[in-house]
Design a protein around this ligand. Sequence first.
Ligand code: HEM
Length: 338
Amino acid sequence: MRVPTSVNNATVFAPRIRRLLDDHLGDGVFRIDADTVGVADPAVMDAVLRARPAGPAERPTFKPLRGKEISRAEAAAVMQAVGQDVRRALKVAEGTPDLAGTWPHVAHNYLRDLVFGTDPFRLRVMVDRTLELTTKLTWTTIAAGAALPGPRSGSALAQRVHGGYAERRHAMGMYRRAAAPVCFTVSALVTNALWLGAPFADVPDAYVIAESARLLPPSWNILRVASPEFADLHPLIRPDDDVLLLPLLSHRDPSLWDEPAAFRPQRWATLDPEEHPGYVPFGHRNERCWGRHMVLPLAERLLRIVRATGLAVHPRQRTAHVPLAGLLGVDDLRVVHT
Ligand code: HEM
């Protein structure tokens, strides 16, 4: 019988993340460097996020694409298309696919095939993990793919690729922007859950996900670039300071959580994830993640398959690495049938 990972296994964070945890856990507002202030105090986080809406460059999904700002109407239409694709995918019979192997890669590819599997290769390839390497590589792939006419069938997101070359190229960029998070974020969330707690106690999947997003929040930081209004919110913040909000720290702050370092999904039986101070895995209530309604059902589907097919981390894997990346997640997890 495996000993629960949260007790005996070691999560090895990238040095910069480790330093934040070692030096600043419990600090509400602190200086990170000459022009960045870190914030983990729930009231100050709330005040920063309320002070003004996110600017175009601060929006991860719909930041400008090749210098072109994305209108709210276009963003809404893209989200509607990907939402439709996810709902259709969730109707496909679940079965018991074999998802043993190296996670998050296996989970990522499962989600890609489930949601975008009917799309032509030149679109599906844009959701590949290898394209994370450079923006240039992504854009080269997009430019090559856009040389061909738009697909006649496939996902609702794929159907948006039509018109002349420039239009198709833009639509393919948006395809990448909306399809990639479905695979990257959900596979990160469930891989983190597996590492922290599999085999899971008999608790609802929603609690497992909420607890995984607490200890290893995929969006571990939220950046707001310097704005004069932030300086009024705390004496340490100067008008030219960027502000880095850190769910990584607020989610483990001993003053906000009982047994903050323990993976205890049961805690969510009595806590409200929408209201708990400092718990912001999906951002602030003013402009919370637009994709969160897709995340939970997809993550729950993966967890059901994990439970049904008896998957867990290989008993000899005692450490897992969390690299410094945009998304916080354990890498190279060996997942096997128990
Ligand atoms: C584990 C899954 C996810 C997490 C933890 C997450 C987290 C977040 C957070 C923290 C924000 C607020 C950012 C800010 O205020 O600066 C946000 C915003 C947003 N998210 Fe998510 N997200 C997830 C999945 C997704 C997915 C799958 C999509 C789309 C398919 C998506 C689309 C968006 C959009 C459109 C916004 C609004 C800002 C923007 O334009 O990017 N998210 N998300």
